[in-house]
Design a protein around this ligand. Structure first.
Ligand code: GLU
Length: 297
């Protein structure tokens, strides 16, 4: 049995087949925050766009919590993400998906990729690679071991063919600290959860070449991607999760309700006039009417 020419063990094949079946049922989007702190208005605005796109298409919208990088997780932030989304009226379908529940699956993919010769161990330090925006292939053809050397493990890199059009270089799929890399877990999840459309922040556009290389290595079709411009503060700076001031709490404390905040976010996207107050479902209706009018005229 195989899917697109890969000689896969049954359990991996099964995950892909399931995702493939889900994808053929229509639009499936997702929002995938990391529980590394409170969400700021920029994260919420991206979530709003992702939700609107899914709902506009009559699709499914999943919430995935990217909690694999445990040292970066902050206690309480998962709960605050869920409650902020609910407060704003961004309802997701099914239970939230925790990546930490799927560690076995990512590691099974890593083992398979390693056995099939698609990976190599790399012992380059961050500092050695500082001057190379794209990995220069230093460890590619060295006969290295996969085990500890002193106190250090190698990272595991994907051998990306020289003529690869995406220009990602050899992507790290398992980090030197042993954690599964985001570039692998996100691709496996889009495939296994049957995601057709990823709507996320502009800051993640830079990870697209790496992700395309992973899809290519797995001989799978990537979803469609839409990257949403980041909300900036008055000084034009990116908002940071570390500044609680940029989140919902101060607005709620100042007495704003969800309709006022939704209005503000929608106005910042020029979807409604400044000062509008409306629920996320009213905003959705408003946009659906607008696009129906555009088709009629
Ligand atoms: N968890 C990642 C982040 O918050 C985003 C994943 C994605 O949308 O691809 O930066």
């Amino acid at each position: 049995m195989d899917r697109n020419g890969l000689d896969l063990p049954d359990h991996l094949l099964h995950g892909l087949e399931q995702g493939h079946a889900l994808r053929s049922g229509g639009y499936r989007g997702r929002f995938a925050p990391s529980p590394t702190g409170e969400m700021h208005l920029g994260n919420l605005r991206t979530a709003l766009v992702s939700w609107l796109e899914a709902r506009r298409h009559g699709g499914t919208w999943l919430l995935r919590i990217d909690d694999l990088d445990t040292p970066r997780n902050r206690p309480g932030s998962q709960a605050s993400i869920l409650s902020d989304l609910m407060w704003l009226g961004l309802d997701w379908d099914g239970p939230a998906i925790l990546q930490s529940h799927y560690r076995g699956r990512y590691h099974a993919w890593l083992s398979w990729l390693r056995r099939s010769g698609a990976l190599f161990p790399c012992r380059c330090s961050r500092r050695m690679l500082l001057d190379h925006p794209i990995y220069p292939g230093t460890c590619r053809d060295r006969q290295q071991t996969w085990g500890w050397q002193g106190t250090r493990l190698p990272s595991w890199r994907l051998r990306v063919p020289a003529g690869d059009p995406h220009g990602s270089g050899d992507v790290i799929l398992r980090r030197a600290d042993g954690f599964v890399a985001y570039q692998l877990s996100t691709v496996i999840d889009e495939l296994c959860f049957g995601i057709t459309d990823v709507v996320r922040g502009e800051d993640l556009r830079a990870s697209l070449p790496a992700q395309f290389s992973v899809y290519a290595a797995l001989a799978q079709q990537p979803p469609r991607f839409l990257h949403v411009p980041l909300l900036r503060d008055q000084q034009g700076q990116k908002l940071s999760k570390r500044e609680a001031s940029a989140g919902l709490a101060p607005l709620r404390d100042a007495g704003l309700d969800a309709a006022a905040v939704t209005g503000q976010l929608a106005a910042s996207l020029s979807l409604v006039e400044p000062g509008a107050r409306l629920s996320t479902h009213e905003l959705l209706q408003h946009l659906m009417h607008q696009s129906a009018d555009a088709v009629d005229s």
